[in-house]
Design a protein around this ligand. Structure first.
Ligand SMILES: Nc1ncnc2c1ncn2[C@@H]1O[C@H](COP(=O)(O)OP(=O)(O)OP(=O)(O)O)[C@@H](O)[C@H]1O
Ligand SMILES: Nc1nc2c(c(=O)[nH]1)N[C@H]1C(S)=C(S)[C@@H](COP(=O)(O)O)O[C@H]1N2
Length: 173
């Protein structure tokens, strides 16, 4: 089975300054270890909420053949929250359904879910998905959208992803 590369970007001023540990990045890694059957390698970066840095890290991961790039943090309304802007700069096409579904699921947990501008899009053969910064949001959001992720990666010419069907029921039409 094909080994896949996955990018993980934590956008957090405080996690990047080591004021707190990056629990959200760890949650993403845990989710992928639990769900994916393919062997996978991570390209993992913790960066401050800076547009230019986010754009260049995303572009580097696309160039490094990451079929999937998952970001956490920087999706809110605060001045320094710029992850969706960076995603839009990098992407050729946006996939707004991802953000719509994740907000809908998150609203079952917190009313402030409407504050997240999280989105998704594709750049070449990479799918980029934004998640909120809260560690508890990671599993909630990824469980909701992951069933559609392998087929999306098929459609953009990426590797064939397989998941543990007991954890994530992926759907290929
Ligand atoms: N990567 C992370 N790891 C652990 N906890 C996090 C992380 N990101 C956010 N949090 C927690 O969620 C709370 C709200 O997240 P939010 O993204 O709004 O932080 P923030 O105010 O933008 O600060 P920062 O950019 O420094 O993380 C934080 O106060 C923190 O407790
Ligand atoms: N599932 C889930 N979604 C969530 C949250 C949460 O705790 N759980 N927090 C919300 C809050 S309070 C904010 S401000 C936005 C943006 O968070 P971010 O800037 O850390 O990305 O995500 C929202 N979405």
């Amino acid at each position: 089975m094909e080994t896949v590369k996955i990018g993980i970007i934590t956008a957090s001023d405080r996690a990047s300054a080591k004021i707190y540990d990056d629990q959200s990045g760890s949650e993403i890694i845990r989710f992928l270890n639990d769900s994916l059957i393919n062997p996978w390698e991570s390209d993992y970066k913790v960066v401050p909420d800076e547009l230019e840095i986010l754009v260049s890290v995303m572009e580097e991961m696309v160039a490094n053949n990451c079929c999937l790039i998952i970001t956490t943090g920087g999706t809110g309304p605060a001045k320094r929250d710029v992850t969706p802007e960076a995603t839009e700069i990098v992407c050729d096409k946006m996939l707004p359904g991802f953000g719509e579904l994740m907000r809908q699921i998150s609203l079952q947990h917190v009313p402030t879910a409407i504050l997240s501008r999280q989105t998704a899009g594709i750049c070449n053969a990479s799918l980029i998905i934004n998640l909120p910064g809260k560690p508890s949001a990671i599993k909630q959001c990824l469980e909701a959208v992951f069933p559609a992720v392998p087929y999306c990666i098929d459609l953009i010419g990426g590797p064939y992803l397989e998941c543990d069907q007991n954890k994530i029921k992926i759907y290929r039409p």
